[in-house]
Write a protein that binds this ligand. Structure first.
Ligand code: 4GX
Length: 235
């Protein structure tokens, strides 16, 4: 899966997306994150990419020319145009279901805005969908784009070590994850629950499910309510 990112700060992506699991997925050729500097496409003699808002007001607005030229350049030889997502607090709020939907795309273009936003005509011309990563305001769309790339990429076949890595976890079945422990079995007198040392796999499974349900009820009553509603039907 390929992500083309239109941004004023391409170096952020080159640093962050080289590390860890996404870094390895890029080395293996499963994921490609290509950060494109919008400024490289500015036809202004000072490489300007923003201007004052018509009608007045504070801040600057990203101009049409460099963004749309960058988009036209990266899609010029494509018969099917990839979906373009603008990272914005005005979009659908990202969740695991949306991430799963997006992970079926072969190619996405992510547009990162700065300043007070982008000229509305860019959205009309090239943007297919706006996505938000949550109801708070950031200084730019770069962190949201990285969040989206991270959570979508890990759903792509081959990025995680095994199928189980994500099928059992939080938000997949609508429950939070059970607690995890590793060695030592006794850390300064704090012991790992006996059941996990018992070797009885069926009982361990049962205990973990109980823990997941109990934690969801305590920590995320909103998620628990949905879980209860969808599972009571099956009783
Ligand atoms: N989830 N931001 C976009 C520029 C902007 C300003 C005004 C539209 C209107 C964000 C978020 C987010 C900060 C990215 C402002 N765009 N993006 N940027 N929350 O806060 O995605």
């Amino acid at each position: 899966m390929k992500f083309d990112v239109l941004t004023l700060f391409p170096e952020l992506f080159n640093i962050v997306m080289r590390e860890s699991i996404i870094g390895r997925a890029q080395e293996n050729g499963i994921i490609k994150v290509n950060a494109i500097n919008i400024r490289d496409y500015s036809k202004d003699k000072h490489k300007k990419v923003d201007d004052y808002p018509f009608g007045g007001g504070t801040g600057m607005v990203m101009t049409c020319q460099p963004v749309i030229d960058a988009y036209n350049d990266i899609t010029k030889d494509m018969t099917v145009k990839p979906k373009v997502i603008y990272m914005s607090p005005q979009g659908r709020v990202l969740n695991q279901k949306i991430a799963k939907e997006l992970s079926t795309e072969e190619h996405l273009i992510l547009l990162c805005g700065h300043y007070e936003g982008i000229d509305e005509r860019i959205i009309e011309e090239i943007v297919d969908e706006e996505i938000s990563i949550g109801d708070y305001v950031l200084t730019g769309g770069e962190l949201p784009a990285m969040v989206l790339i991270d959570c979508v990429s890990r759903l792509v076949q081959g990025v995680l070590a095994s199928e189980n890595s994500y099928s059992e976890e939080s938000h997949f079945n609508g429950l939070l994850e059970y607690p995890q422990y590793t060695r030592p079995a006794d850390y300064n007198g704090k012991k790992v629950p006996d059941i996990l040392l018992s070797g009885h796999h069926a009982n361990i499974e049962k205990w973990r499910t109980q823990q997941s349900i109990e934690r969801t009820k305590q920590k995320r009553p909103d998620m628990y309510e949905v879980y209860e509603r969808t599972h009571k039907k099956n009783l």
